[in-house]
Design a protein around this ligand. Structure first.
Ligand code: C6P
Length: 443
């Protein structure tokens, strides 16, 4: 096809889509959101994810539980299967062909992670099973070396339990104290209070990049800069940011940066703890055993350098290679455009749900990503989730492993829709219609 004719055809197609989506919608916010959605070819992207074409309860699946676990593209499924079918072997141990091949593939995945988050060295990227394991590693290892009696650990009011409980455990063990950065009614951290909490006793700040229960994007670059003025390192829980927009650990100057593969289109049991080399070198091992040693005798053991020091035992090899494939996949799409599309979708969903009487959105920060938590008067979120499920719509209902957030907003739980770049405006409309149905059932 002639290039100009093709451009013209694409332009007409785009205009038609735009007109189509604009029809039946009113309100400035909705119009703005819809406009942002039209330059992303969501149908092409959806075709990459096999599960999205299935039905649930006789209805097309509407998957809005991406904050819990995102779906996996065909390329990742194929790469993981290929490893299991043709390349499976233990790594870092064998001289034989398969072992060397698997080692190369696994280490190539580490290199991909390094480039994806812009770490200085691949050695700074430790493979872990997920965010929970990564935070436990830092809390335990950094904590045993650097946290003592009377020291303080700063966490925020909107943390996932995985970024609270490991710190409580080490605080109890070491005689340290947890201090909490408060938030306002919109679900935004109060930075003036944060500044006041930092002091000479503060030994680490542990904060979410994006809240899984509210969707708030925290100003972590600014928070890291402030902490560094006090010489305090910062751990960023990036479980909910890495899947949704590009990140750069050097630009953020994060000391530790942790995320899970299964929320970024990779298999479960894959995840990364990034740590600045100087911290990782200074920290003792977390788990000990095979793979993390240099020499062992009954008198004395010496440890391997990073990353091996923190990777005791046989790792989740297929999952690690799958994580590399997920990064390859993200590199084939325009991730900035994906983020902008997703944001428009979130704004559209917020506008649609705000129009429904009785629905209350929990978490109205100015800067948000992916997550829309809501309640419907006194209807229990589990009932909301169950009725939506009958329409093939998957949302999460509960406390989202963030009970302090529920306590702050004085709700037992919320329903939560969380979006990925493969979700559509039509799916948001189905969500809104189904919520209407929930209200009618309980009237
Ligand atoms: N949040 C959710 O539905 P793991 O389970 O280790 O992969 O990730 C734990 C975790 C840590 N921090 C944040 C901000 C998270 O969102 C999660 C996982 C899921 O919100 C499951 S509770």
């Amino acid at each position: 096809m002639n290039f100009n004719v093709r451009m013209l055809k694409n332009g007409i197609k785009r205009m038609a889509t735009e007109l189509d989506v604009l029809s039946g919608i009113c309100g400035k916010e909705k119009m703005k959101a819809v406009k942002g959605m039209t330059s992303w070819n969501v149908e092409t992207i959806r075709a990459d994810f096999p599960v999205l074409s299935r039905e649930v309860n006789g209805k097309p699946l509407v998957y809005l539980d991406n904050a819990a676990s995102s779906q996996v593209p065909r390329t990742v499924i194929d790469r993981t299967s290929k490893y299991l079918a043709e390349e499976h072997s233990n790594i870092h141990r064998g001289v034989h062909y398969l072992s060397q091949h698997a080692t190369t593939a696994y280490e190539a995945a580490r290199e991909k992670v390094k480039r994806f988050i812009n770490a200085k060295e691949a050695k700074e990227c430790i493979f872990v099973r997920g965010t929970t394991e990564g935070i436990n590693l830092v809390a335990s290892s950094y904590g045993r070396k650097f946290i003592g009696e009377g020291d303080e650990i700063l966490v925020s009011a909107m943390e996932h339990h995985s970024n609270i409980v490991p710190w409580q455990a080490i605080a109890e063990e070491r005689g340290a104290k947890i201090r909490v950065i408060p938030m306002n009614e919109r679900g935004e951290l109060i930075l003036d209070e944060y500044d006041k909490l930092l002091n000479a006793r503060t030994k680490i700040v542990a904060v979410a990049h994006v809240s899984n229960s509210l969707g708030t994007i925290n100003p972590i670059k600014e928070m890291i800069e402030t902490a560094h003025k006090f010489g305090v390192p910062v751990l960023v829980d990036a479980a909910q940011s890495v899947p949704h927009f590009p990140v750069d650990v050097q630009d953020l100057d994060a000391d530790f940066f942790v995320f899970s593969g299964h929320k970024m289109y990779a298999p479960t049991a894959s995840g990364i703890l990034y740590g600045k080399r100087e911290w990782l070198d200074a920290m003792p091992p977390y788990q000990t055993g095979g793979g993390m040693i240099r020499t062992v005798s009954f008198e004395k053991t010496t440890y391997a350098p990073v990353p091996e020091k923190f990777e005791a035992g046989t790792p989740a090899i297929a999952a690690g290679i799958g994580l590399g494939a997920a990064i390859d996949y993200l590199n084939t799409i325009d991730f900035e455009a994906a983020a902008s599309y997703e944001h428009s979708l979130l704004e559209y969903a917020a506008a649609r749900l705000s129009d429904i009487p009785k629905v209350k959105i929990i978490g109205t920060a100015e800067k948000k990503a992916s997550v829309l938590s809501f309640t419907i008067e006194d209807i229990h979120p589990h009932d909301i989730g169950t009725i939506l499920d009958q329409d093939g719509i998957a949302v999460r209902a509960g406390h989202h492993c963030a009970q302090p957030v529920m306590q702050f907003f004085e709700v037992p739980a919320t329903a939560r829709a969380s979006f990925a770049f493969y979700n559509t405006k039509e799916e948001v409309d189905k969500l809104a219609d189904s919520i209407q149905k929930v209200i009618e059932v309980f009237e």
